[in-house]
Structures are given as C-alpha cells and as structure tokens.
Write a protein that binds this ligand. Structure first.
Ligand SMILES: [Zn+2]
Ligand SMILES: [Zn+2]
Length: 129
C-alpha cells in the first residue's frame, strides 16, 4: 500500500500493490457472486470495503473506486512531483511535464556505441532520419 495521487479521484488515496490487489479483486468478485440485487453496494461488498479499511485506514464506500486504486495501473511516481505517471507506459508526467527518466534515450551514447569510427556516426545519423 502506498499513498499516491489518483488521476480519477483527483486526490491522494491509498493504492494497493499487486499482492493486496489480488485479494481485493477476489473479494470484489465474491461480492458479485454471493451478493443479492436487493443488497446495497455497501453491504454487498462489505468484505472488500472492510479489507481496504483495515489495510489503509481509509473508509471507502465505493467498491469500484478501490478497484482502480491499484499502483500498477498508474505506473511509477514522477521523480519531479511524485504523482504517478498516469499509465505505466507514459513517457512524461501528465501533471508537471517531467520527462520520464527511464525512457530518455541518450543519443550521444547510443551513437558512440553504434559508431566506433568517427565517420560511422554519419551513417548512423542518416539511417536515423
Ligand atoms: Zn481513484
Ligand atoms: Zn511530475
């Protein structure tokens, strides 16, 4: 569990890691299978809501909100503003525009590696265009 900015709720919420999420999704499914239509959502998904509260200390009434509070869904936190990158594949931060460090390709280094001779870098440059 980790407190992270949720892009859908527009606030910081406790997000579940994959282990915690596995249990949550099981409780969610059970709520669907064993619950009755006449039950309120809160009653039907009581186990899930209780589990989330035990884990996070956060009283959530909406089971669907818990299901999208999954760390893996939003990717890692931005190095600059610490909000999650919104998707695991995002190349820059949607909140502050910070470029994601892991996806920045160092072109100079790539060229040096690809072109051991000084003139070969022109070949590489041509190919890249
Ligand atoms: Zn949310
Ligand atoms: Zn950021």
């Amino acid at each position: 569990m980790k407190n992270l900015w949720c892009w859908r709720c527009k606030m910081e919420v406790p997000m579940l890691d994959e282990e915690e999420y596995k249990i949550a999704s099981k409780l969610y499914r059970e709520g669907f299978q064993t619950g009755k239509c006449s039950m309120t959502r809160k009653k039907r998904f009581k186990d899930l809501l209780d589990y989330y509260k035990d884990l996070t200390g956060f009283e959530e009434n909406n089971p669907n909100a818990i299901m999208h509070h999954r760390i893996d869904l939003y990717g890692s936190a931005c190095e600059n503003c610490s909000k999650p990158y919104r998707t695991p594949k995002a190349s820059f931060c949607a909140a502050c525009g910070n470029k994601r460090a892991t996806t920045i390709i160092n072109y100079t280094e790539t060229l040096q590696e690809a072109a051991p001779k000084w003139w070969q870098k022109f070949l590489v440059l041509n190919r890249a265009e």
